[in-house]
Design a protein around this ligand. Structure first.
Ligand code: SF4
Length: 86
């Protein structure tokens, strides 16, 4: 099963809330005006990440949310090959 890494370049998030509107199960808005990946891991560089499986029922929605971000700070990459799909 292919594993993907959902990444959020949080320092560059402009807080438009599109991700939370498209995928409320995965995204929530924080009091500081930026979004957070629910249950995501906070990295030292300020980014957040979450490992997901390709057959996760929300995977399609993850791609839609990433495509909906107007400043392209949501990324999905193949965890094994490092290939970035968004
Ligand atoms: S869609 Fe992008 S810019 Fe807007 S809140 Fe989500 S991550 Fe931030």
């Amino acid at each position: 099963m292919t594993k993907y890494l959902l990444e959020h370049d949080r320092p560059n998030c402009i807080g438009c809330a599109a991700c939370a509107a498209v995928s409320p199960k995965r995204w929530e808005m924080n009091e500081d005006g930026k979004s957070d990946i629910r249950s995501g891991k906070q990295r030292e560089d300020g980014w957040q990440e979450l490992e997901i499986d390709e057959d996760d029922k929300d995977f399609e929605e993850d791609q839609t949310a990433a495509e909906a971000c107007p400043v392209n700070v949501i990324h999905l990459k193949n965890k094994d090959t490092g290939e970035k799909i968004i």
